[in-house]
Design a binder for this molecule. Structure first.
Ligand code: SF4
Ligand code: SF4
Length: 421
């Protein structure tokens, strides 16, 4: 099936979709393809972006034709192992485009996080084939913006909401385990697939493999000179939420093999003395590439992301178990190690940032918050205090998905990198 035929069959607004996609090839070429010395194995990920609304969407349609379902998620807390166990697809939809923000603002307040507005706009405008092919959205009660947005989104697509605790005490972890088991029952009911020890073990294996490959890639960024641009790794982290998990893990491992050879030869993409930056803060969903691009254009190199489009997504694996019930308990346990600002207190995040900065030999930390994101912008104060105590230079940036503040951000990033040199 040709792409246009596919999109029409998904009830997309073809005119708006053309307009939305028209800028992508130029931006992608200048930000990614034109940079010299990229690893050859990036070719696979470039190819996926080159047909971002084609190849994978066709696979999802084919999956549905075989009777499986597609579930879309917006948070790393949603247990994708359970969806994989049922033979269905889990697609992370965190939207990062400015294009759909005005549409989102038709139903949501303007002074709200752009991630939520962009998400809503994608559905209202019917320009995201992943949204269109989805049977369900799986939301969560992480921040107030998302929590209330699910109620509105449910008018356009069935939305199931998982309730997240806000603390990590014993009662909270028991509550979350119950929530995960209820979710498992919902998935059984929707997919008509009984979850067993065998299929859960397979779901855990698949998703663990994907996370292990991303962890391997992250560890290679400790090398100096840096063997890969941070922007390339950000792209891979973003695609981790879309692609087929097994194929994706294979491709990430091939890239790691190539990078290991580069490290052996002491070959890098930046000079050995290029300032090494760790990013912390809110997720940067596709196609939010602005901050990484500005840092690397200014001569720095991003060596890690303490974000959900980075380390938080893959740092912990699910422990295997013998019985199905214990597997579900372990699936619930894993994300509770994710230190999201939606939790209180969230001191584990401070430890994560400092550990990552030291392990990755970062010269400085950039704390990036999306505008109007209260949990992360409030927590910025604590992050800054901790980094001061640890004598780690840091810079706080706040932005949205638009291009309007590029000049201002560039000035601040240039000055920060200059100070680190
Ligand atoms: S930042 Fe928090 S709410 Fe957002 S994806 Fe990560 S865990 Fe979920
Ligand atoms: S970036 Fe902040 S406000 Fe936006 S969805 Fe995530 S936690 Fe909520």
């Amino acid at each position: 099936m040709e792409n246009r035929e596919l999109w029409a069959s998904l009830n997309m607004d073809l005119e708006k979709h053309d307009d939305f996609l028209s800028g992508l090839p130029g931006v992608f070429t200048s930000l990614f393809l034109d940079r010299p010395n990229r690893p050859k194995a990036m070719g696979y990920f470039d190819m996926i972006v080159g047909d971002i609304h084609g190849i994978r969407v066709k696979e999802l349609v084919a999956l549905k034709e075989k009777g499986h379902k597609v579930f879309s998620t917006f948070c790393v807390y949603v247990p994708e192992e359970i969806i994989a166990a049922a033979g269905s697809a889990c697609i992370g939809l965190c939207a990062g485009a400015q294009y759909t923000v005005p549409a989102g603002e038709k139903v949501l307040p303007r002074n709200m996080c752009p991630l939520v507005k962009s998400t809503m706009g994608f559905k209202l405008e019917r320009i995201c084939p992943y949204f269109q092919v989805s049977d369900w959205v799986i939301g969560e009660t992480t921040c107030d913006g998302k929590k209330k947005a699910w109620e509105l989104l449910n008018d356009y697509i069935p939305t199931y909401v998982m309730e997240l605790p806000q603390k990590k005490k014993l009662a909270d972890t028991a509550f979350w385990e119950h929530e995960v088991k209820e979710f498992a029952a919902f998935i059984e009911q929707e997919t008509k697939v009984k979850l067993t020890g065998d299929n859960l073990a397979e779901g855990i294996r698949k998703i663990n493999n994907k996370r292990a490959a991303l962890k391997r890639l992250a560890a290679l960024r400790k090398a100096s000179p840096a063997p890969i641009h941070g922007l390339d790794v950000l792209l891979i982290n973003q695609l981790a939420f879309f692609d087929d998990p097994e194929r994706f893990a294979g491709q990430v491992n091939s890239l790691c093999d190539e990078l290991e050879e580069r490290i052996e030869r002491k070959e890098g993409i930046a000079a050995e003395n290029a300032p090494r930056i760790l990013i912390t803060g809110t997720p940067q969903p596709i196609p939010a590439w602005k901050i990484h691009a500005l840092i690397e254009r200014a001569g720095g190199v991003v060596v890690g992301e303490e974000t959900c489009t980075g380390e938080r997504y893959y740092k912990d694996l699910t422990e295997p178990a013998e019985a199905a019930d214990q597997m579900l308990s372990n699936i619930a346990k894993r994300p509770l190690n994710v230190n999201c600002a939606c939790f209180t207190p969230n001191t584990g995040r401070l430890e994560d940032i400092v550990t990552m900065a030291n392990d990755l030999h970062a010269d400085g930390v950039i704390d990036f918050t999306l505008q109007f994101c209260q949990p992360y912008s409030v927590e910025s104060y604590t992050v800054g205090k901790e980094l001061d105590q640890q004598n780690i230079p840091h810079l706080k940036l706040e932005s949205d998905f638009s291009e309007e503040d590029q000049g201002q951000l560039k000035t601040r990033i240039d000055a920060f990198l200059e100070m680190l040199k």
